[in-house]
Design a protein around this ligand. Structure first.
Ligand code: PMV
Length: 351
């Protein structure tokens, strides 16, 4: 008789930061130099679907990412997540006699993205969130999303924010162990039903400088970075939370654009300088500025991660104005996608 295979499938959404995480205060534990805040997008548009299975018949831990096998043991970040989850399953098995003894079986994790990987579209956030969730579900660990965020964070920092829907902060924490460096929901998506987001895929190519390498270079060489982490972001986090709670789009938009611009300024202040934006990205920035001038206020906000692709936030009432203007600018871009985000509750993940 062949050995049974235990299996669980989950999906995790992408999140796009409006206050950016850039810089680690502890590389080993993946602890950030500043807190950050993001909006989780709809799983219908950008998501990672991941199945974790384990069996006595499997000979090694393996990870299949978009059809290609990646070595799990060669990735310290994946290994750290697996080690923590396995240890917790072992503890659970020791406490509960009736549980199957599966903790020491080898794992097979199969993961698919429905969007370009590593093109500055937060693929690692959705990927590591789904990875941690799938194994957590397989092992039936009774964890809250915040507890799981501590593990997902060690895979990829931004992944911890993909464990919640809506508006999510990653609080940098103070403890050297990282125990309090976790994600927390600021508001569920229903809180601001008029909010919309558009993704402009300027280029689906892999980014030139990975976020890990970029952050390390920035921390080592940029003086602007220290100023940002110490004196700018703490106040901006407070203001952003207030803007979200008050559904104040003008403040949300100003803070989002300022923070994106400062993040890219910090990249430029790195030696050697890191360029993530391209001419199309800059044309999109100018188009958003002109949309906002035309309404004498704020109808749209742009933000860019570690790549040239734009994410635009706007309210439903301004959809026609924003989308028509942006479509005319991105005619020569490689693609166009629009993602309306909607509730993604944590309970959906662990089924
Ligand atoms: O989680 P990482 O290591 O892929 O870093 C993400 C960095 C940014 O996307 C640029 C900002 C953020 O907060 O998501």
């Amino acid at each position: 008789m062949s050995a049974p295979v235990y299996q669980k499938t989950v999906s995790a959404p992408v999140n796009i930061a409006v206050i950016k995480y850039w810089g680690k205060r502890d590389v080993g534990l993946n602890l950030p130099s500043n807190s950050s805040l993001s909006v989780t997008l709809s799983q219908n548009d950008l998501r990672t679907l991941t199945t974790a299975s384990c069996s006595a018949a499997f000979e090694e831990d393996s990870l299949w990412l978009n059809g290609a096998m990646e070595s799990m043991c060669e990735s310290p970040r994946l290994s750290v997540c697996v080690r923590e989850l396995r240890k917790s399953r072992l503890e659970l098995e020791a406490k509960n006699e009736s549980l199957e003894k599966i903790a020491n079986y080898k794992l097979r994790v199969v993961s698919e993205n429905n969007f370009p990987t590593a093109a500055g579209l937060a693929s690692s956030a959705a990927g590591f969130a789904a990875f941690a969730q799938a194994i957590c579900a397989l092992y039936e660990l009774p964890w809250t999303p915040t507890e799981l965020s501590r593990v997902a964070r060690q895979g990829s920092g931004s992944a911890c924010r993909s464990l919640f829907g809506g508006y999510v902060s990653w609080e940098m924490g103070e403890q050297p162990t990282g125990a309090d460096s976790v994600a927390v929901q600021v508001a569920p998506v229903e809180h601001w039903p008029e909010m919309r987001v558009a993704i402009l895929v300027v280029s689906a190519a892999k980014k030139g400088v990975s976020s890990t390498a970029g952050m390390q270079a920035t921390v080592a060489t940029s003086s602007l970075f220290a100023e940002r982490a110490r004196n700018v972001v703490p106040q901006r986090m407070v203001e952003m939370k207030n803007a979200i709670r008050a559904r104040d789009f003008a403040s949300f938009a100003q803070l989002t654009m300022k923070d994106s611009n400062q993040f890219h300024a910090v990249c430029l202040d790195t030696t050697p300088p890191i360029f993530y934006l391209n001419d199309t990205s800059r044309a999109i920035i100018r188009a958003v500025e002109s949309i906002n001038s035309s309404v004498n206020g704020y109808a749209a906000a742009y933000t860019f991660d570690a790549g040239p692709n734009a994410v635009i936030y706007f309210l439903e009432k301004d959809s026609d104005l924003v989308l028509t203007t942006l479509r005319s600018v991105t005619q020569n871009a490689e693609g166009w996608e629009k993602a309306d985000f909607k509730p993604v509750e944590s309970s959906e993940f662990l089924n």
